[in-house]
Write a protein that binds this ligand. Sequence first.
Ligand code: NAP
Length: 521
Amino acid sequence: MAEGFRITYATMSADNEELHKLYEEGIETATSWLGQKHPLYVNGEARVGSGYKEVRSPIDSDMLIGEFAQATREDVRDAIAAAKGFARTWADTPWRERVRIVRKAADLMTERRNELSALMAMEVGKSRLEALGDVEESADLLRWNCNEMEKHDGFTTPMQSLGSAGEYYDVLRPYGVWAVISPFNFPMALAAGPTSGALVAGNCVVFKPAHLGLFTGLKLYELYMDAGLPKAAFHYLSGPGSVVGDEIVHHPDVGGITFTGSYEVGMGIYKGFAADYPKPIICEMGGKNPTIVSDKADLDKATDGVMRSAFGYGGQKCSANSRVYVHRKVHDEFVRLLREKTEKIKVGNPLEKDVFLGPIIDESAVATFEEAAAEAKKNGEVITGGDQITDGDLARGNYVQPTIVEVPLDSWIWKKELFVPFVSIAPYDDLDEAIRLANDTEYGLTAGLYSEDRAEIDKWLSSIEAGVVYVNRRAGATTGAWPGVQPFGGWKGSGTTGKAGGGPYYVTQYMREQSRTVIQE
Ligand code: NAP
């Protein structure tokens, strides 16, 4: 790796030969891992659960990613019992030691980033730089959570005395067993961020990856074990949401949950988790993220940013830009430029160097794409795209065209999170109206604005309802947050806590306060 070269989502256009050479070596290594059987792990013990299930690549159905053990409810209960049994020991382990282990895992992640990202690309269809970005973001999330513990001295704060001699202080202490349920689309980062937050805080973790991110999840387990994490502190439970997830959510010994995934599943978990008494739950859910392009915008910047955020990783980011409101005066020019840039996107096998857009995750995503395209063809206009791609080898994967549409504002396309490379555009006349439309959604994750007018920027900043907002960003209108740079979390139906990953209030969520008074007279 070139000295000092840093991979983030903002380096997407990086044309670095050395980076590609190393990535190609990573592809070779990851290819040698394919097609094998993988157990789940309870307290370090390899188990088969109810048997193995095949997982194939969205790139090409001939590519067998592997066969993965499916945990039973019994496996989940055993993992929770082992985690509970070790919880006191882990909580009493000095926080500096927990941080040391998690930092070691971060370093291993960076060391192995080429093979890990190549594997992820095969498993979920990310392009080279998106996959590298996901792995490097994961390592930075681990480091961020460690830094937070250090910055706050393990969250011990001296308090005042009212007279009697003694110790008066306040500590943050872990909950015990913390569950992490992660989604397919950032199979490393959205497992690494929450698990490391829970671990440095002193919780033992039961981890359930998405059924389409099992191999990357297993690699995270291996990283923690190789870094020296005690086996009872982390359990890897591959298996379906309806069994593993359901057992976790309804188990009385799970003290807290971090769920990242869809609104539908997240709200079910949110309502179902705290049955007997209040328990903390961090749900990070979907988005329907808007961008406003003013008549005072730099349209070259705006179309670059929208193109990247609408079509990067096939629109399968919770932060993807799916709605654009453009001032009527610049509408035609904006659409012309965006169309031109979109039609230049190379779609194909994302393992190849120059491919920007790989496949979407599965057949149900293709069905969602076709449904939205049919609605646009019927009630609006397809500016570009709108069809599945089945040429040559691509017929064995889930490939679709990046699609821009114009549909009436009452179409369901403006409301539903599609999670495919699909963006709708509408003209506006008045900024207040555009902001009202942008906020007219159950979600509130990310949002973008392009305007060179400071008064417009300030008005938008004070009225936009979203947790992560960007102004005039060429690297992405609504996507591309980085730990320590853009804390990431949603408002409204996009998130339950109002606190963001990679930000200053994240790690504290994995702990509860204990105020301690020890009189010494
Ligand atoms: P999903 O279908 O909601 O699944 C997320 C996780 O929940 C998976 O591990 C899934 O397991 C599990 N699950 C499913 N049913 C469950 C149940 N009844 N009880 C407990 N767990 C259950 O989401 P996805 O398709 O993987 O990911 C895409 C969604 O995530 C999008 O909506 C996206 O916006 C959202 N997302 C949000 C953020 C954010 O930070 N706000 C970030 C990334 C993604 P199985 O896979 O085994 O079904």
